[in-house]
Design a protein around this ligand. Structure first.
Ligand code: ATP
Ligand code: MG
Length: 223
């Protein structure tokens, strides 16, 4: 489903991703590990079509993801419906006037009928345990509540691929447990999961394989 071929990326000439090479199959759960600054968030941005390899190729279902490809409105729209991104900092992700609007935004963009949108929003509110927050403005929420809202807003789009940057950050123990169960259920449902984490426990519980971005920026894979 996802193929990175010898991918290199640099910020202002400073290399961050060097010769990353890996394949991620449909339904696989993949942990991205490595020290601070290793390039995990950078790799997630690339997988979401927000930045592009400077050398090498990123193939999504056989299509090379390039700036030109993502400028094609129809392709970009379909791509973003298939690949969901839960940012580490939910403030970047949330922009609507209320939690309910936030959850409805994705399926509205997909052009789903109003009844279906309503059903998805209700289901996601309930699943995330945030029904009581539905009319609240996202900026008034606590960090953990924002995180759950961000996750629920991806859930209403039901993407095949979920990418998550440090998904456990900002969550208390009970919410972390909830999220682990949630991610296990997504995996059970056949979704592809790619997440960065410093939490070896999460990797152990959830990941089929680990891609470690180490100091040498080489991609090593443990199955
Ligand atoms: N927009 C940017 N401009 C310049 N440098 C950047 C930019 N974004 C990231 N970097 C640098 O690229 C390197 C990799 O950053 P990245 O955020 O991908 O690391 P990370 O593995 O996610 O780290 P962490 O564990 O701290 O989240 C870091 O040295 C960072 O300072
Ligand atoms: Mg990061």
């Amino acid at each position: 489903m996802i193929r990175l071929e010898d991918v290199c990326y640099a910020y202002d000439g400073v290399p961050v991703l060097r010769h990353v090479d890996c394949t991620i199959a449909k339904g696989e759960a993949v942990a991205l590990s490595g020290p601070n600054g290793a390039g995990k968030s950078t790799l997630l941005r690339m997988l979401n079509g927000l930045i592009y390899p400077e050398l090498g190729r990123y193939l999504f279902k056989g299509t090379e993801i390039t700036a030109a490809r993502m400028r094609e409105h129809r392709y970009a729209k379909s791509f973003h419906q298939q690949v969901g991104f839960v940012w580490q900092n939910p403030d970047i992700q949330l922009f609507c006037g209320s939690v309910a609007e936030e959850l409805a935004f994705g399926p509205e963009q997909m052009g789903l009928p109003a009844e279906e949108i309503e059903r998805r929003v209700e289901d996601a509110l309930e699943l995330a345990g945030i029904t009581h927050l539905r009319e609240r403005a996202p900026y008034t929420l606590s960090g953990g509540e924002k995180k759950k809202t961000a996750i629920a807003s991806i859930l209403t789009m039901n993407p095949a691929v979920w990418t998550l940057d440090e998904p456990l950050s900002a969550l208390d123990e009970a919410s972390q447990q909830w999220l682990i169960e949630f991610l296990l259920a997504l995996k059970q449902a056949g979704k592809t999961l790619i997440f960065s984490t410093h939490d070896a426990g999460l990797t152990r519980q959830l990941a089929d394989k680990e891609i470690r971005l180490d100091a040498a920026h080489l991609c090593t894979i443990r199955s």
